[in-house]
Structures are given as structure tokens and as C-alpha cells.
Write a protein that binds this ligand. Structure first.
Ligand SMILES: C[S@@+](CC[C@H](N)C(=O)[O-])C[C@H]1O[C@@H](n2cnc3c(N)ncnc32)[C@H](O)[C@@H]1O
Length: 229
């Protein structure tokens, strides 16, 4: 069964993590120090970023596209793992600047290009990638739920429309044999995700499942691969 949290609980946790002058502007993850800009999803809010950054199969010498780069931890890690080129997109302009800062900080600014983009819109039709990945906002809310701040877009996906667009638009930007990956958690609505994938003619495979003990519960993070049927 999927354990789910109410939007109110999630919004409260978000506020708790973000309100206050004492929010640090750096954090440590994966043995590195990272810049955290205000208004960008903090990559240490849960273990999702750390877990997923550690298990994504980055294409060595290949091209990697990250949707929703946030602070840039996953895009920078892809470059550090030997991807020849990384494109990092986010609907939040502050996340784009944050990713540029972290790519510079870790010496991969020449291989990570970060662009402001609603899903794939900033890409050229010819842009193709060996791997496309998104650590999704897994909290399902109704279609009319207001994304009142950039941070709401980082955790809530009204009607799972974002994930539907992610899956439907990917094939135009994958190389032959390219891989479409999605990072989520047991708090996500897997039944809805499967229905979206089914509609898009895509089969969902669980690549990796990682359990982590967190402050108040055991969380389970899922790395999925989406295969054209
Ligand atoms: C769960 S956060 C992950 C952030 C970062 N990748 C990490 O792991 O720390 C989801 C990210 O997706 C971005 N996002 C949400 N909707 C988007 C869209 N339509 N197009 C591009 N990015 C989007 C959010 O702004 C946020 O940065």
C-alpha cells in the first residue's frame, strides 16, 4: 500500500524547513559542500536527492538531461561521474542560478549548462540525451491546487500533470537506446503514475529500491525506468 501524506502536512514541513533567518546558505551532501540559494528546494529536506544521486546510472562519456535540477546536486554529480555534457533545467529561475553556482564550485561549469525551462520547452528539437532523469515532486494534489511559491512546484504535482508531461515529451529528446528515468518515493501515488505511463504507452520498471530510516519514519526511495512498449 502506498503511504501518503496530506498536502497540509507537506506544506507545513516545507514552511518549517524554509522559514527563519537561520536557514544556512550551504549544506553538505555526498561528501561535498553545496550552495543553497533562498527559494530553492533544499536537497537535504529528505534523503531523496542523496539516495537518487548515488544510484542513477549516469552514462559514462554520454549526455545527461536533468529536469528540475534544484540546487544542482544531481547534475553536478553526473558531470563528476564522467558525463561529457549535462543539461540542467528548472522552472524556478533561482534553481538555475543555484545549479550554475554549484557547477562552478565543483569545477564542472564547462560541462553543465543550466537553463530556465518549463519541462522541455527551452530545448531545441534536435537536442537528444542518453539519459533523462527527474527527481519528481511526488506529492499528488488535485488539479486546481495553487502552486503559490516556487517551492510548492518542487513538492506538489497537481493532477500529476508534470509527470505526465515529463513522460509524454521525453521520447523526442532521447537518443536511440536512450534511457528515461524517474526518481520518486513510497509517498508518491504509484497507481496514478502507472496509469499515466500506461496512457503514454510506457512500461514502468523498478530499477532500484532504497530504504532509509529518517527522523520519524522509514522512507523508501524508488528509481524507475520507463520503457516504450
Ligand atoms: C523534488 S525537487 C528536486 C530538486 C533537485 N533535483 C534535488 O534533487 O534536490 C523537484 C524540482 O523540479 C522542479 N520542477 C517542477 N516542475 C517543473 C517543470 N514543469 N519544469 C521544470 N522543472 C520543474 C522544481 O522547481 C524542483 O526544483
Amino acid at each position: 500500500m502506498t503511504a501518503q501524506e496530506s498536502p497540509e502536512t507537506v506544506a507545513q514541513a516545507l514552511r518549517h524547513a524554509l522559514v527563519g533567518d537561520d536557514l544556512p546558505d550551504t549544506f553538505t551532501l555526498l561528501g561535498r559542500e553545496w550552495d543553497l540559494h533562498r527559494g530553492v528546494f533544499p536537497s537535504t529536506l529528505s534523503a531523496a536527492t542523496e539516495v537518487l544521486a548515488s544510484i542513477v546510472p549516469y552514462p559514462p562519456g554520454g549526455s545527461f538531461l536533468e529536469i528540475g535540477c534544484g540546487t544542482g546536486v544531481i547534475s553536478v554529480t553526473a558531470a563528476l561521474h564522467g558525463c561529457a555534457s549535462v543539461t540542467a533545467l528548472d522552472i524556478n529561475e533561482r534553481a538555475v542560478a543555484n545549479t550554475v553556482a554549484n557547477a562552478e564550485r565543483h569545477g564542472v561549469g564547462d560541462r553543465v549548462r543550466a537553463l530556465h525551462s518549463d519541462m522541455y520547452t527551452a530545448l531545441e528539437p534536435v537536442d537528444r540525451f542518453d539519459t533523462i532523469f527527474w527527481n519528481v515532486p511526488w506529492t499528488y494534489v488535485e488539479d486546481d491546487f495553487a502552486l503559490s511559491t516556487d517551492l510548492h512546484s518542487a513538492v506538489f504535482d497537481p493532477g500529476y500533470q508534470g509527470q505526465a508531461r515529463y513522460i509524454a515529451g521525453a521520447h523526442k529528446h532521447l537518443t536511440d537506446g536512450g534511457r528515461l528515468l524517474l526518481g520518486t518515493a513510497d509517498l508518491g501515488d504509484r497507481e496514478r503514475l502507472d496509469a499515466i505511463a500506461e496512457e503514454a504507452g510506457v512500461r514502468v520498471e523498478m530499477l532500484r529500491r532504497v530504504r532509509r530510516i529518517e527522523e520519524v519514519r522509514v522512507m523508501e526511495y524508488h528509481l524507475l525506468e520507463l520503457h516504450a512498449r
